[in-house]
Design a protein around this ligand. Structure first.
Ligand code: SIN
Length: 194
């Protein structure tokens, strides 16, 4: 099975830092089973969330993969999520958790609760780390009609549980953040029709 762990250990964008910001946009929003120093609602520019990544190890199996979130580039888009300030030792277990095609990438992130300066545009920003499953990874499934994606999610199960739970938890978490996400809420609606 695909395993990006070794590759990620070479991707040391925050070498020498005693802590770094991890930006979660999928399960990392609602399943923070790792230690963190603080967490803040945040967003990234130029990316949209999509259920286009296959899950063979968490929410599906090699025979019947589930679908989980990744990001695609989209000019002008904003993707809301949760930023966690972590110590570097937390990355090793995260690399294992995200090993099915996700690679560490460095992105600028903006905190939702950042102070806005007198000129109105000084929202607080930082460099952050994301786990990104790009379209050239072997577990990438890509676009499909929403109804088909919802159907696949409805029936997939894996070692971490039902794929439907992942989608519903993500939709609930985004609502709690006050985040707009047409793709996720449309998929949630489709799933509930089944
Ligand atoms: C993330 O949540 O930021 C990465 C994808 C996932 O684990 O769902």
């Amino acid at each position: 099975m695909l395993d990006t762990t070794a590759l990620n250990q070479q991707r040391n964008f925050f070498d020498g830092h005693s802590s770094l910001w991890l930006f979660g946009y999928g399960s990392l929003i609602w399943k923070a089973d790792f230690d963190y120093l603080e967490r803040r609602s945040a967003y990234i520019h130029g990316w949209e969330r999509r259920f286009w990544q296959g899950s063979h190890d968490h929410r599906g199996t090699p025979e019947a993969p589930g679908r989980v979130a990744t990001l695609i580039r989209a000019q002008g888009a904003v993707c809301h999520g949760m930023a966690y300030r972590i110590t570097p030792d937390v990355l090793a277990p995260l690399d294992t958790r995200e090993k099915n095609g996700y690679l560490r990438e460095k992105v600028p992130l903006t905190f939702v609760d950042g102070n806005v300066g007198d000129n109105g545009d000084a929202a607080e920003q930082s460099e952050g780390l994301i786990y990104l499953a790009s379209d050239d990874n072997p577990a990438f499934l890509g676009e499909a009609p929403l109804a088909d994606i919802a159907q696949q999610i409805a029936y997939a199960h894996g070692p971490s549980g039902a794929n439907a739970e992942y989608l519903l938890n993500l939709a609930t978490a985004l609502r709690e953040l006050g985040a707009e996400d047409a793709h996720i809420f449309a998929l949630e609606h489709q799933l509930k029709l089944l």
